[in-house]
Design a protein. Sequence first.
Length: 310
Amino acid sequence: MSEYALEIRDLKKTYDNKIALNGIDLIIKKGEFYGFLGPNGAGKTTTINIITGLTNKTSGSVKVFGIDVVDDYRQARRLVGLSPQEPNLDFFFPADTVLNLQGGYFGMSSSERKARTEELLDYFGLTEHRKKPFRKLSGGLKRRLLIARAMMHKPKLLILDEPTAGVDVELRRKIWDSMLELKENGTTILLTTHYIEEAEELCDKIAIINHGEIILDGDKNKLIDEIHYQVIEVTPASPVNEIPESLKEYKCRKTKKQTLVFTLDKKTQSMSGLLKALVNSNIEIADLKTESRRLEDLFLKLTGNTEAVS
């Protein structure tokens, strides 16, 4: 079996002469937690649908653990679990029935389905809700059930499409813990999310897609380190009516709360230089904050889009 969990080569998809994917390449190794980010309409869902057989590609190739998703689609499907962004099941089915049916789709025996259903209901905290129809579950429980369903047949590659959309902060953290535990157990995970901090917290590597093209792909920490600026917020001890000329080289702006926000180019400017310029300008500092480099900064820089920021 291939060393790659997912291997996408020159993948293209066109809808009525509109290009959705323009020859993308994406390689994910076994055991990696990969973030797949991009604005709405960038091509994320199209890519996922091609991987899982919901959409036909125009050209290119997609392999899951070395198995072509078109030439040997039955074997490829068994290796992939998908938790979709929008529920695609019967809203009147209870949780245990949803899992039991999913196991049947993948040829699991009755005893295997029963044991796996109990395991997943317990793992995702759904046991006491097992007989509730899907439509009566809370938003967070619905999300958990969708992930549990995707895990029913023990896939080697788990695709999570917006798995925490619409859930509260506490539950989001619990789902994060579940995802990290799955990774520790050897599952390869591909995550799409509009919560940039989610990808920053969970993922080993990041790919950013925009207008059907992957514009950045690599190790998360290395990519963040490539951000060449630093933002510093200074609260003066007394209001500054006009920004001195000596500070304008630091791209200074003043907020409504009288805070001075400086953007330093790390290649040519330093914190010590800024502090010296403040002293020379007779500005006394009451408070100072440094914003750490974040994946969000990189996303906005590359896409110029705020849709994926929350």
